[in-house]
Write a protein that binds this ligand. Sequence first.
Ligand code: HEM
Length: 395
Amino acid sequence: MAKQEHDRWMAKEMAQIERQRDPFPWFREMRAEGPIRYDEKRDAYDVFHYDEVIEVMSDWERFTRDGTSYIDGAMMDRGPPEHTELRGMAEEYFRPGYVRDFTPAFEQRADALLDQALDGTSELNFVEEIAKPLPIMIIADMLGVPEEEMDTFRQWSTRLAESPAKLDEDKKRDTEERKAEAMQQLSAFFEREIEKRENDPRDDLITKFLKKEEESETITRQNTIAQCGMLLIAGNITTTSYIANAMWTFIEEDVLDDLQDGSMELEAAREEVLRYRSPVINAKRYATEDTTVAGMEIPEGALVVGYLPSANRDGQIFEDPDEFRPGRELPKQPVPFGKGIHYCLGAPLANMEAEIMLSKFLERIDDAELLIDEIEPFFSSEIFGPVELPIRVTT
Ligand code: HEM
Protein backbone atom coordinates (compact mmCIF):
# COMPACT_ATOMS: atom_id res chain seq x y z
CA MET A 1 0.00 0.00 0.00
CA ALA A 2 1.49 3.34 -1.05
CA LYS A 3 2.30 5.58 1.88
CA GLN A 4 0.46 8.48 0.32
CA GLU A 5 -2.68 6.35 0.20
CA HIS A 6 -2.19 5.28 3.80
CA ASP A 7 -1.97 8.95 4.84
CA ARG A 8 -5.39 9.57 3.32
CA TRP A 9 -7.00 7.09 5.69
CA MET A 10 -6.74 9.44 8.65
CA ALA A 11 -8.78 12.66 8.61
CA LYS A 12 -6.51 15.56 9.56
CA GLU A 13 -8.89 16.46 12.36
CA MET A 14 -8.14 13.08 13.94
CA ALA A 15 -4.37 13.58 13.75
CA GLN A 16 -4.16 15.39 17.09
CA ILE A 17 -3.52 13.82 20.43
CA GLU A 18 -6.67 15.31 22.00
CA ARG A 19 -8.87 13.88 19.22
CA GLN A 20 -7.19 10.50 19.50
CA ARG A 21 -7.88 10.57 23.23
CA ASP A 22 -11.47 11.69 22.78
CA PRO A 23 -12.78 11.77 19.20
CA PHE A 24 -16.43 11.87 20.25
CA PRO A 25 -16.99 15.66 20.38
CA TRP A 26 -15.65 15.89 16.81
CA PHE A 27 -17.89 13.05 15.64
CA ARG A 28 -20.85 14.80 17.28
CA GLU A 29 -19.97 18.05 15.49
CA MET A 30 -19.70 16.26 12.16
CA ARG A 31 -22.97 14.37 12.66
CA ALA A 32 -24.70 17.68 13.34
CA GLU A 33 -23.51 18.89 9.93
CA GLY A 34 -24.80 15.86 8.06
CA PRO A 35 -24.32 12.17 7.31
CA ILE A 36 -21.34 12.64 4.98
CA ARG A 37 -18.74 15.27 4.10
CA TYR A 38 -16.16 15.62 1.34
CA ASP A 39 -12.63 16.37 2.59
CA GLU A 40 -10.79 18.17 -0.19
CA LYS A 41 -7.36 17.84 1.46
CA ARG A 42 -7.47 14.03 1.37
CA ASP A 43 -9.85 13.77 -1.56
CA ALA A 44 -11.96 11.48 0.62
CA TYR A 45 -15.58 11.14 1.75
CA ASP A 46 -16.13 10.72 5.51
CA VAL A 47 -19.37 9.16 6.71
CA PHE A 48 -20.69 9.76 10.24
CA HIS A 49 -24.36 8.72 10.54
CA TYR A 50 -25.39 5.18 11.48
CA ASP A 51 -27.54 4.41 8.40
CA GLU A 52 -25.00 5.71 5.90
CA VAL A 53 -22.04 3.99 7.61
CA ILE A 54 -23.98 0.73 7.28
CA GLU A 55 -24.85 1.48 3.67
CA VAL A 56 -21.18 1.99 2.77
CA MET A 57 -19.94 -1.04 4.73
CA SER A 58 -22.50 -3.50 3.48
CA ASP A 59 -23.06 -2.63 -0.18
CA TRP A 60 -20.01 -4.41 -1.55
CA GLU A 61 -21.09 -3.94 -5.14
CA ARG A 62 -20.86 -0.16 -4.89
CA PHE A 63 -18.06 0.00 -2.31
CA THR A 64 -15.11 -2.38 -2.31
CA ARG A 65 -12.51 -3.08 0.37
CA ASP A 66 -9.98 -4.02 -2.29
CA GLY A 67 -6.80 -2.01 -1.71
CA THR A 68 -7.54 -1.01 1.89
CA SER A 69 -5.40 -3.55 3.69
CA TYR A 70 -1.69 -3.90 4.52
CA ILE A 71 -1.73 -7.51 3.52
CA ASP A 72 -2.56 -8.59 0.03
CA GLY A 73 -4.40 -11.81 -0.77
CA ALA A 74 -6.52 -12.33 2.34
CA MET A 75 -10.33 -12.27 2.54
CA MET A 76 -10.45 -8.77 3.95
CA ASP A 77 -9.67 -6.88 0.79
CA ARG A 78 -11.41 -9.06 -1.72
CA GLY A 79 -14.99 -9.04 -2.99
CA PRO A 80 -17.08 -12.03 -4.12
CA PRO A 81 -16.45 -14.58 -5.55
CA GLU A 82 -12.85 -14.60 -4.19
CA HIS A 83 -13.97 -13.32 -0.81
CA THR A 84 -16.59 -16.05 -0.48
CA GLU A 85 -14.00 -18.75 -1.03
CA LEU A 86 -11.33 -17.18 1.17
CA ARG A 87 -13.77 -16.57 4.01
CA GLY A 88 -15.15 -20.09 3.55
CA MET A 89 -11.64 -21.38 4.17
CA ALA A 90 -11.69 -20.09 7.76
CA GLU A 91 -15.33 -19.49 8.66
CA GLU A 92 -16.15 -22.78 10.39
CA TYR A 93 -13.16 -22.41 12.75
CA PHE A 94 -14.37 -19.10 14.14
CA ARG A 95 -18.00 -20.01 14.84
CA PRO A 96 -19.05 -19.75 18.51
CA GLY A 97 -19.46 -23.56 18.80
CA TYR A 98 -15.96 -24.20 17.51
CA VAL A 99 -14.14 -21.60 19.61
CA ARG A 100 -16.07 -22.65 22.74
CA ASP A 101 -14.23 -25.97 22.65
CA PHE A 102 -11.03 -24.07 23.37
CA THR A 103 -12.38 -22.59 26.62
CA PRO A 104 -10.17 -24.66 28.99
CA ALA A 105 -7.02 -23.80 27.02
CA PHE A 106 -7.92 -20.11 26.91
CA GLU A 107 -8.69 -20.13 30.62
CA GLN A 108 -5.30 -21.60 31.37
CA ARG A 109 -3.61 -18.87 29.37
CA ALA A 110 -5.66 -16.19 31.18
CA ASP A 111 -4.91 -17.71 34.64
CA ALA A 112 -1.18 -17.81 33.93
CA LEU A 113 -1.17 -14.14 32.89
CA LEU A 114 -3.16 -13.13 35.96
CA ASP A 115 -0.88 -15.14 38.28
CA GLN A 116 2.05 -13.21 36.90
CA ALA A 117 0.39 -9.76 36.81
CA LEU A 118 -1.11 -10.00 40.30
CA ASP A 119 1.87 -11.67 41.91
CA GLY A 120 2.28 -9.61 45.07
CA THR A 121 2.15 -6.27 43.25
CA SER A 122 -0.62 -3.77 43.65
CA GLU A 123 0.29 -1.66 40.62
CA LEU A 124 0.15 -2.98 37.10
CA ASN A 125 -0.11 -1.91 33.52
CA PHE A 126 -3.37 -3.52 32.50
CA VAL A 127 -2.66 -3.20 28.75
CA GLU A 128 0.89 -4.53 28.76
CA GLU A 129 0.36 -7.32 31.28
CA ILE A 130 -3.18 -8.46 30.63
CA ALA A 131 -5.00 -7.07 27.60
CA LYS A 132 -2.10 -7.36 25.15
CA PRO A 133 -0.64 -10.83 25.70
CA LEU A 134 -3.88 -12.84 25.72
CA PRO A 135 -5.18 -12.33 22.15
CA ILE A 136 -1.79 -13.03 20.59
CA MET A 137 -1.35 -16.24 22.60
CA ILE A 138 -4.79 -17.44 21.68
CA ILE A 139 -4.53 -16.86 17.93
CA ALA A 140 -1.02 -18.36 17.98
CA ASP A 141 -2.41 -21.45 19.79
CA MET A 142 -5.23 -21.79 17.29
CA LEU A 143 -2.98 -21.38 14.25
CA GLY A 144 -0.48 -23.81 15.73
CA VAL A 145 2.55 -21.61 16.28
CA PRO A 146 5.05 -23.69 18.27
CA GLU A 147 5.63 -22.59 21.89
CA GLU A 148 9.34 -21.92 21.29
CA GLU A 149 8.49 -19.51 18.44
CA MET A 150 5.93 -17.62 20.48
CA ASP A 151 8.33 -14.84 21.50
CA THR A 152 9.42 -14.05 17.94
CA PHE A 153 5.82 -14.21 16.85
CA ARG A 154 4.88 -11.77 19.59
CA GLN A 155 7.63 -9.34 18.54
CA TRP A 156 6.38 -9.27 14.95
CA SER A 157 2.86 -8.86 16.06
CA THR A 158 3.80 -5.97 18.37
CA ARG A 159 5.66 -4.28 15.53
CA LEU A 160 2.72 -4.62 13.22
CA ALA A 161 0.49 -3.05 15.81
CA GLU A 162 2.87 -0.14 16.50
CA SER A 163 1.35 3.27 16.21
CA PRO A 164 3.08 5.56 13.70
CA ALA A 165 4.68 7.64 16.43
CA LYS A 166 2.54 10.76 16.54
CA LEU A 167 3.30 13.28 13.82
CA ASP A 168 7.09 13.08 13.72
CA GLU A 169 7.82 12.27 10.06
CA ASP A 170 11.13 10.44 10.72
CA LYS A 171 9.64 8.24 13.37
CA LYS A 172 6.63 7.62 11.18
CA ARG A 173 8.92 6.45 8.37
CA ASP A 174 10.85 4.20 10.78
CA THR A 175 7.63 2.66 12.01
CA GLU A 176 6.43 2.02 8.46
CA GLU A 177 9.76 0.42 7.56
CA ARG A 178 9.75 -1.76 10.67
CA LYS A 179 6.22 -2.81 9.88
CA ALA A 180 7.11 -3.76 6.30
CA GLU A 181 10.08 -5.76 7.57
CA ALA A 182 7.95 -7.55 10.17
CA MET A 183 5.35 -8.30 7.52
CA GLN A 184 7.98 -9.93 5.30
CA GLN A 185 9.38 -11.98 8.16
CA LEU A 186 5.94 -13.04 9.22
CA SER A 187 5.04 -14.15 5.70
CA ALA A 188 8.30 -16.10 5.43
CA PHE A 189 7.53 -17.67 8.81
CA PHE A 190 4.08 -18.85 7.76
CA GLU A 191 5.47 -20.08 4.44
CA ARG A 192 7.88 -22.32 6.36
CA GLU A 193 5.20 -23.48 8.81
CA ILE A 194 2.83 -24.37 5.95
CA GLU A 195 5.57 -26.33 4.17
CA LYS A 196 6.32 -28.25 7.37
CA ARG A 197 2.70 -29.39 7.51
CA GLU A 198 2.77 -30.77 3.98
CA ASN A 199 4.54 -33.83 5.36
CA ASP A 200 3.61 -33.48 8.99
CA PRO A 201 -0.08 -32.51 9.35
CA ARG A 202 -1.19 -31.38 12.79
CA ASP A 203 -4.38 -30.51 14.59
CA ASP A 204 -4.15 -26.79 13.96
CA LEU A 205 -5.51 -24.07 11.69
CA ILE A 206 -2.40 -23.90 9.51
CA THR A 207 -2.94 -27.57 8.57
CA LYS A 208 -6.66 -27.02 8.05
CA PHE A 209 -6.01 -24.04 5.75
CA LEU A 210 -3.43 -26.06 3.83
CA LYS A 211 -6.02 -28.82 3.24
CA LYS A 212 -8.50 -26.25 1.95
CA GLU A 213 -5.83 -24.85 -0.35
CA GLU A 214 -5.11 -28.34 -1.71
CA GLU A 215 -8.80 -29.04 -2.31
CA SER A 216 -9.42 -25.70 -4.02
CA GLU A 217 -8.65 -24.80 -7.60
CA THR A 218 -8.41 -21.10 -6.92
CA ILE A 219 -6.82 -20.66 -3.47
CA THR A 220 -3.08 -20.14 -3.89
CA ARG A 221 -0.22 -20.58 -1.42
CA GLN A 222 0.01 -16.79 -1.26
CA ASN A 223 -3.64 -16.70 -0.15
CA THR A 224 -2.95 -19.21 2.64
CA ILE A 225 0.06 -17.25 3.86
CA ALA A 226 -1.89 -13.98 3.72
CA GLN A 227 -4.82 -15.57 5.54
CA CYS A 228 -2.62 -16.64 8.47
CA GLY A 229 -0.90 -13.24 8.68
CA MET A 230 -4.16 -11.38 8.45
CA LEU A 231 -5.75 -13.38 11.26
CA LEU A 232 -2.86 -12.47 13.48
CA ILE A 233 -3.14 -8.77 12.70
CA ALA A 234 -6.95 -8.51 12.65
CA GLY A 235 -7.50 -10.12 16.03
CA ASN A 236 -4.65 -8.69 17.97
CA ILE A 237 -4.73 -4.99 18.81
CA THR A 238 -8.51 -4.93 18.26
CA THR A 239 -9.16 -7.40 21.08
CA THR A 240 -6.51 -5.78 23.26
CA SER A 241 -8.32 -2.45 22.88
CA TYR A 242 -11.67 -4.09 23.59
CA ILE A 243 -10.45 -5.57 26.90
CA ALA A 244 -8.57 -2.37 27.82
CA ASN A 245 -11.50 -0.09 26.91
CA ALA A 246 -13.71 -2.29 29.07
CA MET A 247 -11.51 -2.00 32.16
CA TRP A 248 -10.96 1.74 31.61
CA THR A 249 -14.72 2.27 31.34
CA PHE A 250 -15.65 0.00 34.27
CA ILE A 251 -13.27 1.90 36.58
CA GLU A 252 -14.25 5.32 35.27
CA GLU A 253 -17.98 4.55 35.55
CA ASP A 254 -17.48 2.99 38.98
CA VAL A 255 -19.26 -0.27 38.17
CA LEU A 256 -16.70 -2.80 39.42
CA ASP A 257 -18.80 -3.59 42.52
CA ASP A 258 -21.96 -4.07 40.45
CA LEU A 259 -20.15 -6.42 38.11
CA GLN A 260 -18.64 -8.34 41.01
CA ASP A 261 -21.90 -8.82 42.92
CA GLY A 262 -23.81 -9.67 39.74
CA SER A 263 -26.19 -6.71 39.85
CA MET A 264 -24.74 -5.73 36.46
CA GLU A 265 -24.20 -8.46 33.88
CA LEU A 266 -20.71 -8.59 32.43
CA GLU A 267 -22.09 -9.52 29.02
CA ALA A 268 -24.33 -6.44 28.90
CA ALA A 269 -21.47 -4.25 30.14
CA ARG A 270 -19.07 -5.63 27.52
CA GLU A 271 -21.60 -5.06 24.76
CA GLU A 272 -22.13 -1.49 25.88
CA VAL A 273 -18.36 -0.92 25.91
CA LEU A 274 -18.26 -2.03 22.27
CA ARG A 275 -20.89 0.60 21.45
CA TYR A 276 -19.60 3.34 23.75
CA ARG A 277 -15.89 2.93 23.01
CA SER A 278 -15.73 0.95 19.78
CA PRO A 279 -12.19 -0.35 19.27
CA VAL A 280 -12.20 -0.07 15.47
CA ILE A 281 -12.46 3.51 14.22
CA ASN A 282 -12.96 3.24 10.50
CA ALA A 283 -14.16 1.06 7.68
CA LYS A 284 -12.53 2.05 4.40
CA ARG A 285 -13.95 1.46 0.95
CA TYR A 286 -13.46 2.60 -2.66
CA ALA A 287 -16.46 3.45 -4.83
CA THR A 288 -16.71 0.99 -7.73
CA GLU A 289 -18.96 3.30 -9.76
CA ASP A 290 -20.27 6.86 -9.77
CA THR A 291 -22.82 6.82 -6.99
CA THR A 292 -24.49 8.85 -4.23
CA VAL A 293 -24.71 8.58 -0.45
CA ALA A 294 -27.29 10.71 1.35
CA GLY A 295 -27.60 12.76 -1.85
CA MET A 296 -23.88 13.50 -2.14
CA GLU A 297 -22.30 12.50 -5.43
CA ILE A 298 -19.30 10.21 -5.15
CA PRO A 299 -17.18 9.46 -8.23
CA GLU A 300 -15.89 6.01 -9.13
CA GLY A 301 -12.60 5.24 -7.39
CA ALA A 302 -13.17 7.69 -4.52
CA LEU A 303 -12.06 6.79 -1.01
CA VAL A 304 -15.00 6.55 1.41
CA VAL A 305 -14.41 6.20 5.16
CA GLY A 306 -17.16 5.18 7.58
CA TYR A 307 -16.63 5.92 11.28
CA LEU A 308 -17.93 3.10 13.47
CA PRO A 309 -17.63 4.87 16.86
CA SER A 310 -19.64 7.74 15.37
CA ALA A 311 -22.35 5.42 14.00
CA ASN A 312 -22.56 3.76 17.41
CA ARG A 313 -23.20 7.11 19.10
CA ASP A 314 -25.66 8.43 16.53
CA GLY A 315 -28.33 10.21 18.59
CA GLN A 316 -30.96 9.56 15.90
CA ILE A 317 -30.66 5.88 16.74
CA PHE A 318 -29.45 5.59 20.34
CA GLU A 319 -30.96 7.56 23.21
CA ASP A 320 -28.41 9.58 25.21
CA PRO A 321 -25.64 8.02 23.11
CA ASP A 322 -22.81 9.53 25.16
CA GLU A 323 -23.93 7.74 28.30
CA PHE A 324 -22.57 4.35 29.28
CA ARG A 325 -25.72 2.37 30.05
CA PRO A 326 -25.33 -1.41 30.01
CA GLY A 327 -28.57 -3.23 29.17
CA ARG A 328 -29.96 -0.14 27.39
CA GLU A 329 -32.72 -0.59 24.86
CA LEU A 330 -31.28 -0.86 21.38
CA PRO A 331 -33.63 0.16 18.57
CA LYS A 332 -30.91 -1.04 16.18
CA GLN A 333 -27.78 -3.11 16.73
CA PRO A 334 -24.51 -1.19 17.18
CA VAL A 335 -21.87 -2.09 14.58
CA PRO A 336 -18.49 -2.40 16.35
CA PHE A 337 -17.73 -5.52 14.29
CA GLY A 338 -18.87 -4.08 10.96
CA LYS A 339 -21.73 -5.25 8.78
CA GLY A 340 -22.24 -7.19 5.56
CA ILE A 341 -19.90 -9.67 3.91
CA HIS A 342 -16.86 -8.38 5.81
CA TYR A 343 -18.56 -8.66 9.22
CA CYS A 344 -15.84 -9.55 11.69
CA LEU A 345 -14.96 -13.20 11.46
CA GLY A 346 -13.43 -13.11 14.93
CA ALA A 347 -16.34 -11.48 16.82
CA PRO A 348 -17.28 -14.65 18.80
CA LEU A 349 -13.61 -15.25 19.62
CA ALA A 350 -13.04 -11.66 20.74
CA ASN A 351 -16.13 -11.77 22.96
CA MET A 352 -15.05 -15.03 24.49
CA GLU A 353 -11.54 -13.76 25.22
CA ALA A 354 -12.93 -10.61 26.81
CA GLU A 355 -15.45 -12.58 28.89
CA ILE A 356 -12.83 -14.99 30.18
CA MET A 357 -10.21 -12.38 31.01
CA LEU A 358 -12.52 -9.76 32.49
CA SER A 359 -14.52 -12.21 34.61
CA LYS A 360 -11.37 -13.78 36.00
CA PHE A 361 -9.81 -10.40 36.71
CA LEU A 362 -12.96 -9.20 38.50
CA GLU A 363 -13.01 -12.38 40.59
CA ARG A 364 -9.43 -11.95 41.68
CA ILE A 365 -9.48 -8.31 42.76
CA ASP A 366 -11.47 -6.34 45.32
CA ASP A 367 -11.09 -2.98 43.70
CA ALA A 368 -9.10 -1.08 41.08
CA GLU A 369 -8.26 2.56 40.42
CA LEU A 370 -6.69 4.35 37.50
CA LEU A 371 -3.24 5.81 38.14
CA ILE A 372 -3.42 8.38 35.34
CA ASP A 373 -5.68 11.35 34.74
CA GLU A 374 -5.48 11.23 30.97
CA ILE A 375 -5.39 8.22 28.72
CA GLU A 376 -2.42 7.81 26.40
CA PRO A 377 -4.19 6.81 23.20
CA PHE A 378 -3.08 4.35 20.57
CA PHE A 379 -2.35 6.93 17.84
CA SER A 380 -4.03 5.48 14.80
CA SER A 381 -6.65 5.95 12.09
CA GLU A 382 -7.91 2.46 12.84
CA ILE A 383 -7.84 1.71 16.54
CA PHE A 384 -9.38 3.47 19.52
CA GLY A 385 -7.93 2.42 22.84
CA PRO A 386 -5.23 3.18 25.42
CA VAL A 387 -1.62 2.09 24.88
CA GLU A 388 -1.16 2.07 28.63
CA LEU A 389 -3.54 1.59 31.50
CA PRO A 390 -1.66 1.80 34.78
CA ILE A 391 -3.95 0.77 37.62
CA ARG A 392 -3.71 0.03 41.33
CA VAL A 393 -5.60 -2.99 42.57
CA THR A 394 -6.50 -4.32 45.96
CA THR A 395 -6.88 -8.07 46.15
C1 HEM B 1 -12.95 -6.52 19.63
C2 HEM B 1 -12.21 -7.09 18.74
C3 HEM B 1 -12.47 -6.91 17.27
C4 HEM B 1 -13.11 -5.87 16.63
C5 HEM B 1 -13.72 -4.63 17.23
C6 HEM B 1 -13.11 -6.20 15.22
C7 HEM B 1 -13.67 -5.41 14.25
C8 HEM B 1 -13.79 -5.75 12.92
C9 HEM B 1 -14.46 -4.96 11.92
C10 HEM B 1 -15.12 -3.62 12.17
C11 HEM B 1 -14.36 -5.62 10.75
C12 HEM B 1 -14.97 -5.18 9.42
C13 HEM B 1 -14.07 -4.20 8.74
C14 HEM B 1 -14.70 -3.63 7.50
O1 HEM B 1 -15.82 -3.96 7.13
O2 HEM B 1 -14.02 -2.79 6.87
C15 HEM B 1 -13.63 -6.83 11.00
C16 HEM B 1 -13.32 -7.76 10.05
C17 HEM B 1 -12.57 -8.89 10.32
N1 HEM B 1 -12.10 -9.31 11.55
FE1 HEM B 1 -12.36 -8.43 13.30
N2 HEM B 1 -12.46 -7.39 15.04
C18 HEM B 1 -12.08 -7.87 16.27
C19 HEM B 1 -11.43 -9.05 16.56
C20 HEM B 1 -11.11 -9.99 15.62
C21 HEM B 1 -10.50 -11.27 15.90
C22 HEM B 1 -10.18 -11.83 17.29
C23 HEM B 1 -10.28 -11.87 14.69
C24 HEM B 1 -9.69 -13.20 14.39
C25 HEM B 1 -8.72 -13.76 15.03
C26 HEM B 1 -10.79 -10.98 13.66
C27 HEM B 1 -10.77 -11.25 12.31
C28 HEM B 1 -11.40 -10.49 11.37
C29 HEM B 1 -11.43 -10.84 9.96
C30 HEM B 1 -10.80 -12.07 9.33
C31 HEM B 1 -12.15 -9.84 9.31
C32 HEM B 1 -12.44 -9.75 7.81
C33 HEM B 1 -13.66 -10.52 7.49
C34 HEM B 1 -13.98 -10.47 6.02
O3 HEM B 1 -13.40 -9.68 5.27
O4 HEM B 1 -14.83 -11.27 5.61
N3 HEM B 1 -11.28 -9.86 14.26
N4 HEM B 1 -13.30 -6.90 12.34
